[in-house]
Design a protein around this ligand. Structure first.
Ligand code: PLP
Ligand code: COI
Length: 341
């Protein structure tokens, strides 16, 4: 199979319609068979529930080319499960795990020419999405739903690759105390757009949100979880019920503990402690592991000892190890890699 002729090393993180996507609809209490389509557009009723009441959710995962030329995905069962949890909270019909994985396999296979070659630093980003597609005018869940899974080749999420980024403490809350912070609902991102643009206008790459009840503890950023390395080289992982259970973060914790012998401490992290940390990084499928060089807050700016020029030593090691596991250069824990081709 001949790869597409793209500038793989300079893709950025942007939408690009590629050859195939996969779709199924839910109505009368069941999912249709579903299958591949070439049409990137969706036609909906003006009264579709998603337009008015934001009944929508999504996932994000990646496919990689391995050194020996196979195409693999990373822990897709975790995304399938998380999407089911999200659906339950949003009164949407959970998609069976086998259907999610079938959609993934078929889409990646059909678009194999778009999966970036090994060694380019790029990957195929896969975006499963579900919406309340049925017409609904009273505030209630839709009676029809649409699941679609599409993909595109991407490079770095943040400009500059692994150069440390500057972020700011948001002046807004991301999640209500008993709200939807722990699920991947579209509404969590809608409300983050204004703060995100404010951060960008002020020269910051992202917002870091504090807990919505007390504004004392670190939560996460708009699109990634946060990690710290303390002075004793322990990996400090903020714990909260209102952050997304990131697959990347859970994998990095395992990698830190079992591949690198780090001590991992998962606990609530006060923002007042952050100034004493040695390294800070954001982690997620899109972000992979992006080093943070500086955090701006109303109480002053925090510059981490790892600096603004390069990724910190521990962050660099866990990032490299995870990437090597994802592209099968080093052996993955049981069940992490799903070979597609
Ligand atoms: N937190 C938020 C708010 C996100 O949108 C994402 C991206 O999916 C993550 C964290 C990272 O999660 P994962 O590692 O599963 O991609
Ligand atoms: C991902 O990392 O897959 C996400 O969904 C984050 C998104 C904000 C780009």
């Amino acid at each position: 199979m001949e790869k597409k002729n793209l500038d793989w090393a300079n893709l950025g993180f942007t939408y690009r319609p590629i050859d195939y996507r996969w779709q199924t609809r839910w109505h009368d209490g069941a999912w249709e068979e579903g299958g591949l389509t070439t049409d990137p557009d969706i036609t909906l009723s003006e009264a579709a529930c998603v337009f008015h009441y934001s009944q929508s959710c999504f996932e994000g995962l990646k496919a990689y080319t391995t050194k020996d030329g196979h195409i693999v995905t990373f822990r897709p069962d975790q995304n399938a499960e998380r999407m089911q949890n999200t659906c339950r909270r949003l009164e949407m019909p959970p998609l069976p795990k086998e259907t999610f994985l079938k959609a993934l396999d078929e889409t990646v296979k059909a678009n194999a020419a778009w999966v970036p070659p090994f060694g380019t630093g790029a990957s195929l980003y896969i975006r499963p999405v579900m919406i309340g597609s049925g017409p609904q005018i009273g505030v209630a869940p839709a009676h029809e739903f649409l699941f679609r899974l599409f993909a595109m080749p991407v490079g770095s999420y943040f400009q500059g690759g692994v150069k440390p980024i500057r972020i700011q403490v948001a002046q807004y809350d991301r999640a209500a105390p008993r709200g939807t912070g722990h699920i991947k609902a579209g509404l969590n991102y809608a409300m983050s757009l204004y703060p995100t643009m404010e951060a960008h206008r002020a020269g910051f790459a992202e917002n870091i949100y504090l807990d919505p009840s007390t504004h004392t503890y670190v939560e996460e950023t708009g699109g990634a979880n946060v990690l710290f390395v303390d002075k004793d080289n322990n990996l400090i992982v903020p714990k909260s019920n209102s952050i997304l259970p990131s697959v990347t973060r859970r994998s990095l914790v395992y990698v830190g503990e079992h591949y690198l012998g780090l001590k991992v401490i998962e606990r609530q992290v006060k923002f007042s402690e952050v100034k004493d940390m040695k390294e800070c990084a954001l982690c997620g499928t899109a972000a992979v592991l992006a080093p943070v060089g500086m955090i701006h807050s109303e109480d002053g700016d925090i510059y981490f000892p790892s600096g603004m020029d390069k990724i910190g030593e521990i962050s660099g090691k866990i990032r490299e190890t995870l990437l090597k596991i994802q592209s099968c250069e080093i052996e993955a824990p049981e069940g992490w890699i799903r070979r597609i081709l």
